[in-house]
Write a protein that binds this ligand. Sequence first.
Ligand SMILES: [Zn+2]
Length: 77
Amino acid sequence: MAQAPPPAKKPAEKKPAEKKPTKGADSIYKKYEIKDGKLERKRPFCNRCGRGYFMADHGDRYTCGNCGFTMFKSKTD
Ligand SMILES: [Zn+2]
């Protein structure tokens, strides 16, 4: 006589995955900071490409990801 199969386990309830903001939309806000009610840019713009082209902070220098322009930080800060 066949035995009845064990009762099926109820599958663990799946939580709906939290929607994360897209990387692109998220990163732009990291480049700005509100200080004393004023908007401050954390990165300089590229001298070659102009406004809107942020330069990446590489410690002692900034580099433009668009054209590759490198600007060394002045030590007189
Ligand atoms: Zn550039």
